[in-house]
Ligand binder design. Structure first.
Ligand code: AMP
Ligand code: ZN
Length: 116
């Protein structure tokens, strides 16, 4: 689980080399506010190991992905989101993925939103 890519921006956030506004952190997962939010609340949940995308997911990643899913309602609640939210995982170039380190967007708050 110690995989990291020295050129990856999210690995640098995991390592504390680039600042981020953190919403959650444990030994496996970090969550922080998106720098370019689409919605009043827009966080990214990132597994700490450098998994490129959902295409590279292996059976051994099942617990960490399950944990990310279960964390979302807790974090949304903590951030004051009371009327629903969207979860999005962009996968690969045609899926609109720009940062090639697996992450889940969680977006909520009153509409209208900037996007989505
Ligand atoms: P995606 O298109 O799913 O790869 O989304 C990548 C997201 O990462 C975009 O919404 C960006 O605004 C966001 N992002 C990129 N760099 C940073 C950063 N340094 N801190 C927080 N969010 C970032
Ligand atoms: Zn990475």
């Amino acid at each position: 689980m110690s995989t990291a890519d020295p050129h990856c921006i999210f690995c640098k956030i995991v390592a504390g080399q680039i600042p981020a506004r953190k919403a959650y952190e444990d030994d496996e997962i970090i969550a922080f506010h998106d720098i370019n939010p689409w919605a009043p609340v827009h966080i990214l949940l990132v597994p700490k190991p450098h998994i490129v995308s959902m295409v590279e997911v292996l059976p051994e990643h099942q617990p960490i992905l399950g944990k990310m899913m279960v964390l979302v309602p807790q974090l949304m609640r903590e951030l004051g989101v009371t009327d629903g939210y969207r979860q999005v995982i962009n996968t690969g170039r045609d899926g609109g993925q720009e940062v090639m380190h697996l992450h889940m967007h969680a977006m909520g708050g009153p509409r209208p939103w900037a996007r989505g």
